[in-house]
Design a protein around this ligand. Structure first.
Ligand code: FNR
Length: 179
C-alpha cells in the first residue's frame, strides 16, 4: 500500500485548501492511502533549542508521520504574498531531521484570486527544494478562483480542476513507484 501524507496550509474549518486535500483522499484508488495531517496548529513555534533529546511529542509525531509516508502532498493558501506561518513553522522543524530529503512531493496552492497563490507556491517550492525534497515534475498546480470551484460541502464541482487533481495524483503515484 502506497502512503501519502496530505498537508493543508490552512487551519480554517471551512478551508478550501483542506477541502482539496479531502477531495484527494476520496480520489485515491484502493492501492493508495492518503492521510490528512491534522495537527499543524499543535506544533510549537520552531526553536532550535527545543530540537534536542527532549523533543516535544507533537514534533516527534510530525516527523514520524512524514518518515512513514512514501510521498507528500501539500495544498496551501497564500497569506500576504507568502507561505502561511503555520506551514513554514512546520517545515522549519524538518530542516535538521531531514524527513523531506528525497521525498516525492506535490505542491498545490488554491486561492480565490486569479493568480492561484503563485507567490506562496513559488516560495514553498524554494523552501522544499533547499530541504532536498523531490518536487515531482507535473505534480505542481495553482488553482485560481477556488471559491467558484467548490460547493458548500467542499466538493470539487469544476470538472477541469477535478481532472487536474486526478492527473496530479497519478503523476505523484508514478514518481513514488519509480522512486
Ligand atoms: C489572504 N488571502 C490572500 N490570497 C491571495 O491570493 N494572496 C494573498 O496574498 C492573500 N493574503 C491573505 C492574507 C490574509 C491574512 C488572509 C486571511 C487571506 C485570501 C486567501 O487566499 C483566502 O482567504 C483563502 O480562502 C484562504 O485559504 P483557505 O483557508 O480557504 O484554504
Amino acid at each position: 500500500m502506497m502512503k501519502i501524507l496530505a498537508i493543508s496550509g490552512s487551519l480554517r474549518g471551512s478551508s478550501s485548501n483542506t477541502a482539496i486535500c479531502q477531495a484527494m483522499v476520496r480520489l485515491a484508488p484502493d492501492n493508495i492511502k492518503i492521510s490528512l495531517y491534522e495537527k499543524l496548529g499543535e506544533l510549537p513555534h520552531f526553536n532550535p533549542e527545543l530540537d534536542s533529546d527532549n523533543l516535544p511529542a507533537s514534533v516527534k509525531d510530525w516527523r514520524t508521520q512524514l518518515k512513514e509516508s512514501n510521498g507528500v502532498l501539500i495544498c496551501t493558501p497564500e497569506y500576504a504574498h507568502g507561505v502561511p506561518g503555520v506551514l513554514k513553522n512546520a517545515l522549519d522543524w524538518i530542516v535538521s531531521s531531514g524527513e523531506f530529503v528525497d521525498k516525492p512531493t506535490a505542491v498545490i496552492s488554491a486561492s480565490p484570486s486569479p493568480d492561484g497563490g503563485e507567490k506562496a507556491h513559488a516560495s514553498l517550492v524554494q523552501t522544499l527544494t533547499v530541504m532536498a525534497a523531490k518536487i515531482v515534475e507535473g505534480a505542481t498546480l495553482l488553482i485560481p478562483a477556488i471559491s467558484a470551484k467548490l460547493n458548500h460541502q467542499g466538493e470539487v464541482t469544476d470538472e477541469a480542476t477535478a481532472q487536474a487533481l486526478r492527473l496530479l495524483l497519478n503523476t505523484l503515484a508514478k514518481a513514488i513507484k519509480k522512486h
